[in-house]
Design a protein around this ligand. Sequence first.
Ligand SMILES: [Zn+2]
Length: 189
Amino acid sequence: MLLPIITAPDRRLKVKSQPVAVVDYEVRRLLDDMVETMRAAPGIGLSAIQVGVAKRIVVVEVDENEPLASEEAAAQEKREPVRTTRYLVNPEITWTSDKVVFCEEGCLSLPDQYADIERPADVVVKFLDRDGKPQEMKATGMLSRCIQHELDHLDGVLLVDRLSAVRRHMILRKLAKARKQEQEPAVTA
Ligand SMILES: [Zn+2]
C-alpha cells in the first residue's frame, strides 16, 4: 500500500522516534508498505516518521556497488549494480570512520532540494532485520551515506538541520511557499 510522504516544514519530522518492541506482522507490513512507497516516489531510502509513524524503522535500497561521486576517481573499474533491499529496525551506528566525505543529498521530505553534506565515509550499523534477527554490517559508499541520512530522521534531524541557519530557512520558506501555491486554487480573471 502506498503511504503519503510528509514534507517539510512539518513538526512530525522533528519527532524522536521510539524503538520497536517486537518485529511482528504489523511491523513487516509497514516495512513492505515503506518499500513500495520508496520505490514509487522514487527514492533510495525512507524512514517510518516520513510516513507519520514514529518508530525506529528504516528501509534502504541503493546500488551498493556505487561509490560516492567524490570517490569516483578512486573507483576506476566498471562495477555491476547490486541493488539489495535493506530492512533496518532499531538501527544503531556503532562505529564511524575517521574519514569524512562530502556528498550531495536529497530527501523525499524536501522535494527538489539538494545540499552538500559532510559525513563519515563508512559506518557499522547494528539492527534487527525483517525477521527480527539481530544483524550487524559495515556500510560504505552510497549505502553508508543513505543509512546515515535515514537514521538522522529517527532523531528528528533533516539534512537542512546540517546546514547554516540562513540556508535552512531559505529552503524551508521555499517549500512552504510551493505547498501554499499548490493548495490554493488558481485564480482566473
Ligand atoms: Zn530524508
